[in-house]
Design a binder for this molecule. Sequence first.
Ligand code: HEC
Length: 102
Amino acid sequence: MKMSALLVSAIALAFVAAGPAQAGGDAAAGKTLAKKCSTCHGANGEGKKKNPPLAGMEEGAFIQAMADYKSGAKENKSMKRYATKLSDEDVANLAAYYHSLK
Ligand code: HEC
Protein backbone atom coordinates (compact mmCIF):
# COMPACT_ATOMS: atom_id res chain seq x y z
CA MET A 1 0.00 0.00 0.00
CA LYS A 2 2.63 2.52 1.08
CA MET A 3 4.83 1.69 -1.88
CA SER A 4 2.08 2.19 -4.39
CA ALA A 5 1.17 5.54 -2.85
CA LEU A 6 4.80 6.56 -3.16
CA LEU A 7 4.87 5.43 -6.75
CA VAL A 8 1.76 7.43 -7.56
CA SER A 9 3.24 10.61 -6.10
CA ALA A 10 6.51 10.00 -7.93
CA ILE A 11 4.65 9.68 -11.21
CA ALA A 12 2.57 12.78 -10.43
CA LEU A 13 5.75 14.75 -9.68
CA ALA A 14 7.43 13.61 -12.87
CA PHE A 15 4.34 14.69 -14.79
CA VAL A 16 4.39 18.16 -13.25
CA ALA A 17 8.11 18.54 -13.99
CA ALA A 18 7.54 17.59 -17.63
CA GLY A 19 4.57 19.93 -17.98
CA PRO A 20 4.38 22.65 -20.62
CA ALA A 21 6.67 25.68 -20.55
CA GLN A 22 5.69 28.64 -18.42
CA ALA A 23 5.29 32.23 -19.58
CA GLY A 24 7.90 34.75 -18.47
CA GLY A 25 10.88 33.75 -20.61
CA ASP A 26 13.92 35.76 -21.66
CA ALA A 27 13.14 37.74 -24.82
CA ALA A 28 16.82 38.37 -25.63
CA ALA A 29 17.56 34.64 -25.61
CA GLY A 30 14.40 34.12 -27.67
CA LYS A 31 15.64 36.53 -30.32
CA THR A 32 18.71 34.36 -30.96
CA LEU A 33 16.57 31.24 -31.24
CA ALA A 34 14.11 33.00 -33.55
CA LYS A 35 16.68 33.21 -36.37
CA LYS A 36 15.69 29.76 -37.58
CA CYS A 37 11.99 30.67 -37.48
CA SER A 38 12.41 33.83 -39.53
CA THR A 39 12.66 32.06 -42.90
CA CYS A 40 8.99 31.19 -42.58
CA HIS A 41 7.54 33.62 -40.05
CA GLY A 42 9.46 36.70 -41.25
CA ALA A 43 12.43 38.60 -39.79
CA ASN A 44 10.16 40.38 -37.32
CA GLY A 45 7.48 37.73 -36.92
CA GLU A 46 5.29 39.51 -39.43
CA GLY A 47 4.33 36.29 -41.18
CA LYS A 48 4.84 35.31 -44.80
CA LYS A 49 2.38 33.76 -47.23
CA LYS A 50 0.86 30.69 -45.54
CA ASN A 51 3.04 31.09 -42.44
CA PRO A 52 1.07 32.97 -39.76
CA PRO A 53 2.45 36.10 -38.05
CA LEU A 54 3.83 35.55 -34.54
CA ALA A 55 4.49 39.18 -33.55
CA GLY A 56 2.53 40.25 -30.51
CA MET A 57 1.16 36.76 -29.94
CA GLU A 58 0.00 36.12 -26.38
CA GLU A 59 2.65 34.05 -24.54
CA GLY A 60 0.22 31.47 -23.25
CA ALA A 61 -1.20 30.88 -26.72
CA PHE A 62 2.30 30.63 -28.20
CA ILE A 63 3.39 28.07 -25.60
CA GLN A 64 0.19 26.09 -26.08
CA ALA A 65 0.61 26.05 -29.87
CA MET A 66 4.19 24.78 -29.56
CA ALA A 67 3.12 22.08 -27.09
CA ASP A 68 0.36 21.04 -29.50
CA TYR A 69 2.75 20.72 -32.45
CA LYS A 70 5.13 18.73 -30.25
CA SER A 71 2.43 16.33 -29.06
CA GLY A 72 0.71 16.10 -32.43
CA ALA A 73 -2.54 17.62 -31.13
CA LYS A 74 -1.94 20.20 -33.87
CA GLU A 75 -0.60 18.68 -37.04
CA ASN A 76 1.97 20.48 -39.13
CA LYS A 77 5.07 18.79 -40.46
CA SER A 78 7.39 21.80 -40.42
CA MET A 79 6.24 22.99 -37.02
CA LYS A 80 6.56 19.54 -35.47
CA ARG A 81 10.14 19.31 -36.67
CA TYR A 82 10.99 22.62 -34.99
CA ALA A 83 8.87 22.18 -31.87
CA THR A 84 10.34 18.80 -30.94
CA LYS A 85 13.87 20.26 -31.02
CA LEU A 86 13.09 23.02 -28.52
CA SER A 87 13.26 22.72 -24.73
CA ASP A 88 10.53 24.20 -22.55
CA GLU A 89 12.91 27.01 -21.71
CA ASP A 90 13.53 27.73 -25.42
CA VAL A 91 9.79 27.88 -26.03
CA ALA A 92 9.26 30.27 -23.10
CA ASN A 93 12.07 32.50 -24.39
CA LEU A 94 10.65 32.49 -27.92
CA ALA A 95 7.18 33.28 -26.55
CA ALA A 96 8.57 36.29 -24.66
CA TYR A 97 10.46 37.50 -27.73
CA TYR A 98 7.56 37.24 -30.19
CA HIS A 99 5.17 38.76 -27.66
CA SER A 100 7.49 41.79 -27.42
CA LEU A 101 7.25 42.41 -31.20
CA LYS A 102 4.56 44.55 -32.74
C1 HEC B 1 9.20 25.73 -42.68
C2 HEC B 1 8.44 26.89 -42.26
C3 HEC B 1 8.34 27.17 -40.77
C4 HEC B 1 9.37 27.33 -39.87
C5 HEC B 1 10.87 27.28 -40.14
C6 HEC B 1 8.75 27.65 -38.60
N1 HEC B 1 7.39 27.66 -38.74
FE1 HEC B 1 6.03 28.08 -37.24
N2 HEC B 1 4.48 27.72 -38.54
C7 HEC B 1 4.63 27.38 -39.88
C8 HEC B 1 3.31 27.16 -40.45
C9 HEC B 1 3.01 26.77 -41.89
C10 HEC B 1 2.38 27.36 -39.39
C11 HEC B 1 0.85 27.19 -39.44
C12 HEC B 1 0.57 25.75 -39.16
C13 HEC B 1 -0.87 25.47 -38.86
O1 HEC B 1 -1.70 25.69 -39.74
O2 HEC B 1 -1.15 25.01 -37.74
C14 HEC B 1 3.16 27.72 -38.22
C15 HEC B 1 2.60 28.02 -36.98
C16 HEC B 1 3.31 28.43 -35.87
C17 HEC B 1 2.73 28.84 -34.61
C18 HEC B 1 1.24 28.92 -34.28
C19 HEC B 1 0.74 30.26 -34.70
C20 HEC B 1 -0.72 30.47 -34.40
O3 HEC B 1 -1.22 31.58 -34.70
O4 HEC B 1 -1.37 29.55 -33.89
C21 HEC B 1 3.75 29.15 -33.77
C22 HEC B 1 3.65 29.61 -32.33
C23 HEC B 1 4.98 28.95 -34.52
N3 HEC B 1 4.68 28.54 -35.79
C24 HEC B 1 6.24 29.16 -34.00
C25 HEC B 1 7.43 28.89 -34.69
C26 HEC B 1 8.76 28.99 -34.09
C27 HEC B 1 9.02 29.44 -32.67
C28 HEC B 1 9.66 28.62 -35.04
C29 HEC B 1 11.17 28.52 -34.93
C30 HEC B 1 11.69 27.66 -33.86
C31 HEC B 1 8.90 28.30 -36.24
N4 HEC B 1 7.56 28.47 -35.98
C32 HEC B 1 9.47 27.89 -37.44
C33 HEC B 1 5.82 27.29 -40.59
C34 HEC B 1 7.10 27.37 -40.04
